[in-house]
Design a protein. Structure first.
Length: 81
């Protein structure tokens, strides 16, 4: 039983660390699009559905931002590099 327990602990760690990176990427994308924080738009359980189905962070950010965010008109994209 110990090898199974050890494997499941490693899997749990990898899933959680991957989900954190996924969530941080979505947070970065949303901050570039609008000023509304991620936590006020969607909870972790909703994000985990996207994460487990293999959706890209860019796609999820666009889906969340579409109906929920007003695009900041004062952003200057000329300096984006």
């Amino acid at each position: 039983m110990k090898p199974i327990h050890k494997t499941s602990a490693i899997s749990f760690y990898l899933i959680n660390s991957g989900f954190k990176a996924f969530k941080n990427r979505i947070r970065e994308e949303l901050s570039a699009i609008c000023s509304t924080p991620l936590e006020s738009l969607v909870d972790d359980s909703s994000l985990q559905v996207y994460y487990r189905s293999g959706e890209s962070a860019d796609y999820v950010a666009a889906c969340i931002a579409g109906p929920n965010c007003e695009i900041d008109d004062d952003l200057d994209f000329a300096d984006a590099g």
